[in-house]
Design a protein around this ligand. Sequence first.
Ligand code: SF4
Length: 351
Amino acid sequence: MPRVPALRNRLKDTPVTGAKRVLLAAPRGYCAGVDRAVIAVEKALERFGAPVYVRKQIVHNIHVVSTLEKKGAIFVDDVEEVPTGSHIVFSAHGVSPAVVKGAADRQLDAIDATCPLVTKVHREAVRFAKQDFEILLIGHHGHEEVEGTMGHAPERTTLVNSPADVPNIVVQNPDHVVWLSQTTLSVDETMETVRLLRERFPNLQDPPSDDICYATTNRQVAIRKVAAEADLVIVVGSSNSSNTMRLVDVALEYGAKAAYRVDYASEIQQEWLDGVATVGVTSGASVPEVLVQEVLDDLADAGYGDVSQVVTAEEDLMFSLPKELRKDADGNADERGLGGRVRQLDWQKNR
Ligand code: SF4
């Protein structure tokens, strides 16, 4: 990703009580699924040439999307918009079988960049539906991941949008229900929803493993620790990114006096820094590290040049490329593992 031109020296270094510092949460930023999806589009452009079509935003970040657009990606809402015979990439959030069929009907060459951890939830939905379970899917109405997961078992799935939905859920057999979830929710709120569901359905079955993914969980754990000491938390990420928005919620819940989301450093307001000694900084799972660097640079201009990283976990999960891209045009295999770890822990090298 190119470095983003910032409006430097915009923020003033005003005096506060106590030493100014930044606590930088780690893990933050790119997860393995996002890394893989972005590289899939880049590689598809290299291999097939522009344009390559992408259904929905490949990941929920406006900088990533606009950068890929400049390279020749065209983002569409529906496969119907794509000319017959073109290449199309399915986003990290996953798609329903109906979308896969729609692409095949239009003779599109599909590259599936669905995060393997979302595919895992799809498989769970299919398996539980085959066993005649009713699936209570905890997730946000209208989110692409939720639409994709529901599309794998549409007859058997009920969406639970929030704890407030629980009293109104109707099932046919209260003894044969299972809960699944979107991968990017608040861990605490989801557990509260499950607790309420279990009060209503004591025989509620758990999924075989957590659906909230490692990256979402790790970023929330890290910001909890930072937030407890922060006067202000800045979360870098886009407003349609579920895991980014949850980081704002979690920061406020765990003690930050204020928390704001920004897409770019230029959105930081001078008044947010009034009286602030400690600034916490983190970023959502679809955010390239360059955007965090810009925030740190602007904060340094305002006197917050003392940056300590608060590390609560190290991530080494990696995924291989989508199968459609693992071989180059000459048939040579590309088996590299793709993960977000290196990009986020190497921050000091880039400064
Ligand atoms: S946030 Fe989790 S589920 Fe989503 S792309 Fe990243 S690793 Fe995959």
